[in-house]
Ligand binder design. Structure first.
Ligand code: NAI
Ligand code: 15L
Length: 279
């Protein structure tokens, strides 16, 4: 049994890995951690990037720029795609980054013959399931906003590219990836930074993944999600939110109003934020 973080063989398994969204919160977490797994890490974003380390090459690109995306995917063995709009926002930026951008990414992957992608999806694909339900990846999407709809699009688009073109994707329905859980909901949704790394490495390295949807969560005692359908990728989380329970309870001693949709539904506050508020 491996903990997914064992150092790879002396020869890195990948020649060139692409990390998109490298300037973002999780991109900054993963960037140094992917170094051991490839000879070259190509890092990309449309926001400013930190200087390249010796094993890195910087290639800025906007996801909605099809030509830039074709150049970005050239010579790449596999992709960790974190780039895009990561919260509930107006439709225009979501359309550019998460819809047009995803199409550009997959068309470029097809034409450049990239065979494996790891896609940052989100728990907001299923945010309108209730918090007292436990769902698995076979449950139909119930997005909690336009952001969740865009992530559901990414899951469906990648499914089509596997069925038609054999391009494998692992969609990570990430819960809440932070250094420590910050509120009661995160006791169920928390994904530690180390477990994020374990999950990404498992998704990149498993011999056969086809098209897989896996919930990105640590080994939390309390959970909304069941990952048995993704066992084949070999992800074994090592961290648990319970280790932080006392601190969370001290910070948030009473539950919020139980009539609040943010407390009733898995997506938390996402179920009631966003452009619709102005209506
Ligand atoms: P973030 O917002 O910090 O990073 C996203 C990055 O994408 C940013 O650096 C941004 O500049 C870049 N980006 C945005 N639009 C772009 C465009 N049009 N072209 C090129 N780059 C663009 O988000 P974070 O927290 O690092 O999340 C990474 C991924 O994981 C996102 O796709 C997010 O939806 C997903 N995710 C994150 C969770 C979390 O707990 N942080 C939970 C669930 C999903
Ligand atoms: C997400 O999809 C967001 O990217 C992240 O910022 C968190 O809010 C997370 O979901 C969550 O549900 O906690």
């Amino acid at each position: 049994m491996t903990d997914n973080l064992s150092p790879p063989a002396p020869t890195p398994p990948f020649n060139r890995l692409l990390l998109t969204g490298a300037a973002g919160g999780l991109g900054r977490v993963l960037r140094p951690r992917l170094a051991a797994w490839c000879r070259t890490l190509r890092v990309s974003d449309n926001a400013p990037l930190d200087d390249a380390a010796p094993h890195e090459e910087l290639q800025p690109a906007a996801l909605q720029d099809a030509d830039a995306m074709h150049a970005l995917l050239a010579g790449v063995d596999a992709v960790v795609h974190l780039g895009g709009v990561s919260t509930e926002q107006p439709w225009a930026p979501i359309l550019q980054a998460n819809i047009i951008g995803l199409y550009n990414l997959y068309e470029a992957a097809r034409q450049q013959r990239v065979k494996r992608l790891v896609l940052a999806s989100s728990n907001h694909v299923t945010g309108f399931y209730r918090q007292d339900q436990v769902i698995d990846a076979a449950a139909p999407p119930r997005p909690d906003g336009l952001y969740g709809v865009s992530k559901a699009f990414g899951e469906n688009l990648s499914r089509m590219y596997f069925d038609r073109h054999g391009i494998e994707t692992v969609c990570l329905r990430i819960g809440s990836c932070t250094a420590a859980p910050q509120d009661r909901r995160m006791l169920a949704t928390w994904l530690s930074h180390d477990d994020l790394e374990r999950l990404v490495i498992a998704a990149l390295s498993a011999p056969l993944v086809g098209h897989t949807v896996v919930f990105g969560m640590s080994d939390n005692a309390q959970s909304f999600w069941d990952n048995r359908l993704a066992r084949h990728i070999g992800y074994r989380p090592q961290d648990r939110s319970d280790d932080h329970r006392a601190a969370v309870m001290a910070a948030q001693p009473t539950w919020l109003d139980t009539g609040d949709a943010a407390v009733q539904f898995q997506g938390g506050a996402f179920v009631r934020i966003g452009p619709f508020e102005r209506d």
